[in-house]
Write a protein that binds this ligand. Structure first.
Ligand code: NAP
Length: 246
């Protein structure tokens, strides 16, 4: 379905990004596994892609650094000739109640989760515009739609990602490029492992489907949005949340 498509997945060394990278590769895409600190884990993802007969490359770059992002995109273009699919997945949390949230905690989350997405969009867009083809998928969160106590920084960034998705979808539609956002609910990854068991149980009771999501639940939707089966869908934010954010 994605044979010979070149896909860049940011933050693909672990969690949701890793599963997206493996799934895109299983459908035939050549996958660039971007990471920031987890080199060994990124190399393992590439090993797994290759063991399954796929192609890919691990690439270190901090998405909040526009120079590093530009270099990464240039290098991918040089090596593979193009980028067809961009998945902006890299993200962090630095939770605190507003009275305790430091300026650093606010800035760091905005820099990685919002400006990081902008950096990648800006560097990849010229390539996609020139080839008049592209699939962009931004990973937001239901928290960007509904809010969450202790996550003023994170929800602002994730709401910003939804705004960018809508604007860019309108900007790039005439060039054969679709831009959509995915808003996961609670997905079982390192990011949610920090929640204690009692809280996890309480969250499960709130979720109509009565379970946390798996990274694969998100990856399945991303593959659809990255494929030509979704060519008439753009500017949308689709929730993968077991019904939590209805
Ligand atoms: P995770 O397990 O903590 O993984 C985060 C990934 O982002 C890692 O691969 C990490 O790479 C990468 N990353 C962090 N900072 C980076 C930077 N500056 N530059 C490049 N990569 C960076 O998180 P996750 O749960 O898979 O979340 C993935 C995305 O889904 C995030 O955008 C998150 O906000 C969103 N999301 C998650 C949930 C959830 O319940 N898990 C819910 C809604 C939305 P290194 O380890 O190499 O630094």
């Amino acid at each position: 379905m994605l044979k010979n498509k070149v896909a860049l997945v940011t933050g693909a060394s672990r969690g949701i990004g890793k599963e997206i990278a493996l799934t895109l590769a299983s459908y035939g895409a050549i996958v660039i596994v971007n990471y920031n600190g987890s080199k060994d884990r990124a190399l393992k993802v590439i090993e797994e892609i290759k063991a399954n007969g796929g192609r890919g490359l691990a690439y270190q770059a901090n998405v909040s650094d526009s120079g590093q992002v530009r270099q990464m995109i240039d290098d991918i273009k040089e090596e593979f000739g193009s980028i067809h699919i961009l998945v902006n997945n890299a993200g962090i949390t630095k939770d605190n109640l507003i009275l305790r949230m430091s300026e650093e905690e606010f800035n760091e989350v905005i820099d990685i989760n919002l400006k990081g997405v902008f950096n990648c969009l800006r560097s990849v867009s010229p390539i996609m515009i020139k080839q008049r083809y592209g699939r962009i998928i931004n990973i937001s969160s239901i928290v960007g739609i509904h809010g969450n106590p202790g996550q003023v920084n994170y929800s602002a960034a994730k709401a910003g990602v939804i705004g960018m998705t809508k604007s860019l979808a309108k900007e790039l539609a005439r060039r054969g490029i679709t831009v959509n956002a995915v808003a996961p609910g609670y997905i079982d990854t390192d990011m949610t492992k920090i929640l204690n068991e009692d809280l996890k149980e309480a969250i499960k009771q709130e979720i109509p489907l009565k379970r946390l999501g798996e990274a694969q639940d998100v990856a399945n939707l991303v593959v659809f949005l990255a494929s030509d089966n979704s060519s008439y869908i753009t500017g949308q934010t689709i929730q993968v949340d077991g019904g939590l954010g209805i």
